[in-house]
Design a protein around this ligand. Structure first.
Ligand code: ADP
Length: 283
């Protein structure tokens, strides 16, 4: 039985095999110290939800995890790649398929090779989709694989077709983003991330820009991917969704993880006053 077959309550108790291990991560923008010191572990096949007030540093954490921002201090250990990191994708090597673990120490000097190992490991799904407006759906999906990863157009196109079919958007492949609903655009955003063959999916408030009636489709797709065994970090305000999908929730405030643990326990019985205050305002 694969972990995805276990009921949610049991999944939280699975042993954690780290994919990324983050210790003491720090980041300032000018004099604004945004990340004080962040420790977290992204487990293989596990879903970590980051919750917390606006401005607490959640997006910055995600961006540091895939090297879109360069931290000022701390370490990120990237595990050696494994075929299980890309559920349903067979044994095709994914991006960043380094066979040895890599440790990035941001207080010291990181090499371009180390940064590439981190960047190649994950793909981001953005709050505002960030699709290229002047490119069709298909062109959006194959851009990264063809231009950045230099994969053959025919191969990238075939993979894009299969992914678009999976999310029910085959008939939209020649449409432009403005011709799609927000929910459809975000499903293209997810397909575009999957097309990069990542081993970790990062979601930055994937449904917060959507009209309420379009949220369900996108959350269902993310849940399907989680059930398949994808490793994920999700920044979200959807607490019900986090409770259902995540193996672990981390509450972020003031640039640190104030509390983390089992979703049901953390939401029902938070241990820290700051977590209680935050949840009290939302629930
Ligand atoms: P959250 O995702 O929890 O809302 P963010 O990580 O987006 O928080 O932002 C945390 C803080 O970092 C905010 O004060 C924000 O203004 C600041 N910040 C984020 N990105 C930048 C940037 N590129 N330049 C300057 N300040 C930034």
């Amino acid at each position: 039985m694969s972990p995805a077959d276990l009921p949610a309550a049991d999944r939280a108790a699975e042993p954690v095999v780290p994919l990324l291990r983050v210790r003491g991560l720090q980041k300032s923008f000018g004099t604004n110290r945004v990340l004080e010191s962040v420790d977290l572990t992204v487990g293989r096949g596990r879903v970590l939800a980051l919750i917390g007030p606006s401005g607490s540093g959640k997006t910055t954490i995600l961006r540091c995890l895939n090297g879109l921002e360069l931290p000022d201090g701390g370490t990120i250990e990237v595990a050696a790649a494994s075929p299980v990191d890309r559920p349903g994708a067979g044994r095709t090597p994914g991006r960043g398929a380094t066979s040895v673990p890599v440790t990035l120490d941001f207080a010291a000097k990181t090499t371009p090779k180390q940064l590439a190992a981190l960047r190649d490991r994950s793909a981001m799904v953005f709050q505002h989709y960030n699709l290229f407006p002047h490119k069709t759906v298909l062109q959006n999906v194959i851009e990264g694989p063809v231009v950045v990863q230099r994969r053959p157009v025919a191969e990238a196109t075939a993979e894009a077709f299969a992914l678009l079919e999976r999310v029910g958007l085959t008939d939209k492949r020649d449409s432009y983003p403005f011709e799609l609903s927000g929910g459809q655009q975000q499903r293209v955003g997810i397909v575009r991330a999957l097309a990069l063959r990542p081993q970790l999916l990062l979601f930055d408030e994937p449904t917060s820009a959507l009209d309420p009636e379009l949220v369900g489709d996108v959350l269902r797709l993310i849940k399907e991917l989680a059930d398949e065994g994808w490793s994920m970090v999700i920044v979200t305000h959807e607490l019900e969704f986090a409770r259902e999908v995540a193996h672990e929730i981390a509450f972020v405030d003031g640039g640190t993880i104030v509390e983390h643990g089992d979703p049901k326990q953390l939401l029902r019985n938070p241990q820290q006053q700051r977590t209680r205050q935050f949840l009290h305002r939302l629930l």
